[in-house]
Design a protein around this ligand. Sequence first.
Ligand code: NAD
Ligand code: TYD
Length: 348
Amino acid sequence: MSKTVLVTGGAGFIGSNYCRYVLKNRPDYRVVALDALTYAGNLSTIADMQRNPETASRFAFYPGKIQDETVVNGIIEAEKIDYIINFAAESHNDRSILEPGSFIQTDVYGVFTLLDATKRHGIERMLHVSTDEVYGTIDEGQFTEHSPIEPNTPYSASKAGGEMQARAHRVTYGTPTIVTRCGNNFGEFQYPEKLIPFFVTRLIQNKKVPLYGTGLQVRDWVYVMDHCSGIDFALHHGELGEAYNVGTDGECTNREMVDRLLKLLDKPESLVKQIEDPRGGAHDKRYSINSDKLKGMGWKPAYPFEAALESTVKWYLENEDWWREIIAKPDYQDFVARFYGKYLGEDL
Ligand code: NAD
Ligand code: TYD
């Protein structure tokens, strides 16, 4: 049956890939993207869907903030929205250490605005995209949906706050919410500030890459299209009021990840610079996510980790125009200088 899906944060990394996923896999759906076009949202990230005649007729884009209820309510009415998937967020831990306020605005208050609009307009389902980081860190074993919520950074605390708003809305007003929590994503169109795209784009330029502390922290990596299929599965098959972990058993240390990237790009170890950990005590040691609940309902990831990482690196090699335009912008250069200047010095 035909549906119209509002994808907030649709000009960002995962949101844009989710738009691609729906346009490809659900030919009778329309996709409406809403995005504030912050530093992380770029029109070049959605240009392919707007240019391609097969997708352009089923894709619309609106600039605007999720906290702006006039914008949100206007789009829902004009486009007759059936489902809302909320990707819009301030999403980078390191930026949250520098400027936590914008995270609370978007990741908490913005979620509340969408929940209220969901309730007011009788939206069928609102899926809120969260993160495994709300659980904090785990030394052994895996996070399940019943693990305590113990966030450690301003980013993860804001995401936990958004989720709690969703939970309370469901309990208090019966709002039809679903929450998903995923591990660290990688893939095409990821803004070059998080580990993989930051390192890949710097290594391509033969610039040094800053490895925090020992490099022994563990992240549980998920290829973005597996995350998108998990979200889509939870949207259509999930139970209202439930939370679902989305993971693909992609655990590795940051050091191991850097070694893989060096190998894929044929770059020397001398480009790795181990620096004092800028996150200090807020640096979560290990994430590990158990997705038996979603898998038990029939969801299956489709992309082997090594092959997905290789194709991601290849994408950055073949799409230099996309990321070079971004790294040339003053806000990107300001952030890198502000956050890394003191650690990288002349290697900046
Ligand atoms: P991103 O930073 O690449 O994209 C976020 C998008 O949201 C950007 O396009 C930005 O312009 C937009 N945005 C920011 N504030 C907004 C606002 N107030 N109103 C409307 N749009 C706004 O982030 P991402 O990596 O694509 O993450 C998307 C979602 O997935 C986030 O909610 C994030 O917390 C969650 N998530 C990310 C990861 C990951 O590894 N990247 C893992 C798990 C969950
Ligand atoms: P990141 O990609 O920022 O994601 P998250 O903070 O959500 O896990 O970081 C992944 C890991 O890589 C984390 O342990 C911090 C580390 N890291 C570095 O060592 N150097 C870097 O320049 C960045 C951005 C991250």
